[in-house]
Design a protein around this ligand. Structure first.
Ligand SMILES: N[C@@H](CCC(=O)N[C@@H](CS)C(=O)NCC(=O)O)C(=O)O
Length: 232
């Protein structure tokens, strides 16, 4: 029987089955990357609901796992050297689970390099820029009268969308076969709808990207991962 009691987070979110991967998350574009990957790989896991409220992501229990106070985070009781591994940052979690299962990271070193490149493009570009667009377009920043921050992120989102659109020309997936780069990227493309920003960025003019997101959303594991039912 695995014992995860050394992880203070288990005091606030107790595992029912400490022998399986513990997922601490919420269904946001970053959060669903981890749950979709877990569903795609078929790994056993137990989801815990960590909302974006300070009482959850900024609780001492959660900060003990991720001092950066952001979901998702995981504990794998069955780490590579036989001891538990705790991880935050969705990109790191995707890479870890891909290495663990040998899935969704290509079949060669050059596939892996391409997939990692597009994963980093999402982590360093699409995620942060679209996140700021959400803030200035839908959330508190939308009340700021100065149009420059909003316009800056609309322009940056359009630029990034054009990169994706071109890369998807003649491809079903962003880096060859379906991979962790798609699991990272597609949920963020979908966030533009949630932000009500599709028209502002000319979403409908990006036919490859629209078809790509539909293709992603049609996958049963994606559907399960996006609506994972966190139990506490
Ligand atoms: N780079 C991080 C970003 C994670 C992130 O921004 N998570 C958001 C939800 S999508 C969050 O937890 N926000 C809570 C907060 O900032 O207090 C990752 O990819 O894991």
């Amino acid at each position: 029987m695995n014992d995860l009691s050394a992880f203070p987070i288990t005091g606030k979110w107790p595992p029912r089955d400490p022998s399986v991967i513990q997922l601490y998350s919420y269904p946001t574009p970053n959060g669903v990357k981890a749950s979709i990957m877990l569903e795609e790989t078929g790994l056993c896991y137990e989801p815990h609901k960590v909302t974006l409220a300070d009482a959850d992501v900024k609780s001492p229990a959660f900060l003990s796992l991720n001092p950066n106070n952001k979901i998702p985070a995981i504990i794998d009781p069955d780490g590579p050297d036989g001891t538990p591994v705790a991880l935050f940052e969705s990109g790191a979690i995707l890479l870890y689970l891909a290495e663990k299962t040998g899935r969704f990271l290509g079949n060669s070193a050059s596939d892996k390099a391409q997939i990692t490149q597009w994963l980093m493009f999402q982590m360093g570009g699409v995620g942060p820029m679209f996140g700021q667009l959400g803030f200035f377009y839908k959330f508190a920043g939308s009340q700021i009268e100065d149009p420059r921050p909003r316009q800056r992120y609309i322009d940056e989102a359009k630029r990034l969308l054009a990169v994706v659109e071109t890369q998807l020309d003649g491809r079903d997936w962003i880096a060859g076969d379906y991979s962790i780069a798609d699991i990272a990227l597609a949920p963020w493309l979908g966030a533009l709808e949630f932000y009500g920003a599709q028209e502002a960025v000319g979403w409908a003019d990006h036919a490859n990207t629209v078809a790509y997101v539909d293709r992603f959303l049609a996958r049963p594991a994606v559907q399960r991962g996006r609506t994972f039912p966190p139990h506490d």
